[in-house]
Write a new protein. Structure first.
Ligand SMILES: C[S@@+](CC[C@H](N)C(=O)[O-])C[C@H]1O[C@@H](n2cnc3c(N)ncnc32)[C@H](O)[C@@H]1O
Length: 185
């Protein structure tokens, strides 16, 4: 009994460390988005049934699940953390959307996201310039990108939710930035 308890404790500690350390290594911590904020972001992006949403850094899969359950979309999560991937996989099954949700383990900077109609991304300003290049080179015209808490330095948003700090971009992106967008309002 004592040995079993020790093994389970060590396993939990290892999983806990993996949950925090892998994202930290990639410079983007595992902080989740509130459900109400996710819903507003997907509404801002006008996600439609049967469109494909990509979440770059999917965490526990909550964005994928809402996209599939409430919006009827297909959802693909790219996630570098193995524990987060497992959590997202389990979450999709528990929520009955496993046929519409796919979780892919890997670095989103190296992923092919060209099939996306909508890209959801909760990253940091320091990753914005690199993401701009990737999104611009891969996404088709008409695709939308919705960002949480950070904006792109060289793109003018198509819409902006100042209460939830959400930024919407349509491809191909307009030159400008948040200041040029606000100047037109
Ligand atoms: C801020 S959390 C957002 C989680 C989820 N999208 C949400 O909004 O609730 C960022 C996630 O991205 C993952 N991540 C960090 N860098 C990554 C990378 N280069 N490629 C794939 N996933 C990454 C982290 O493990 C973490 O789960």
């Amino acid at each position: 009994m004592d040995v079993l308890f020790l093994i389970l404790s060590l396993l939990l500690i290892a999983l806990g460390w993996t949950w925090f350390l892998v994202p930290a290594f990639y410079g983007l911590p595992s902080v989740h988005t509130r459900k109400g904020r996710i819903r507003k972001a997907l509404q801002l992006a006008e996600l439609k049934a049967d469109e494909t949403l990509y979440d770059l850094g999917a965490g526990d899969g909550r964005v994928l699940i809402m996209a599939a359950r409430e919006f009827g979309a297909r959802a693909v999560g790219i996630e570098v953390g193995p524990v987060q991937c497992a959590a997202a996989w389990v979450n999709a099954r528990v929520n009955g959307v496993r046929h519409r949700v796919r979780v892919q383990r890997g670095d989103f900077f190296k992923a092919d996201i060209s099939a996306a109609d909508v890209v959801f991304v909760y990253a940091t300003s320091s990753q914005a310039s690199r993401l701009e290049k990737q999104l611009e080179s891969q996404l088709r015209p008409g695709a939308r990108v919705v960002t949480i808490s950070f904006d792109f330095p060289d793109w003018e948003p198509a819409d902006f939710d100042k209460y939830e700090l959400l930024f919407l971009y349509r491809m191909p992106p307009a030159e400008g930035n948040l200041v040029s967008f606000l100047a037109q309002q």
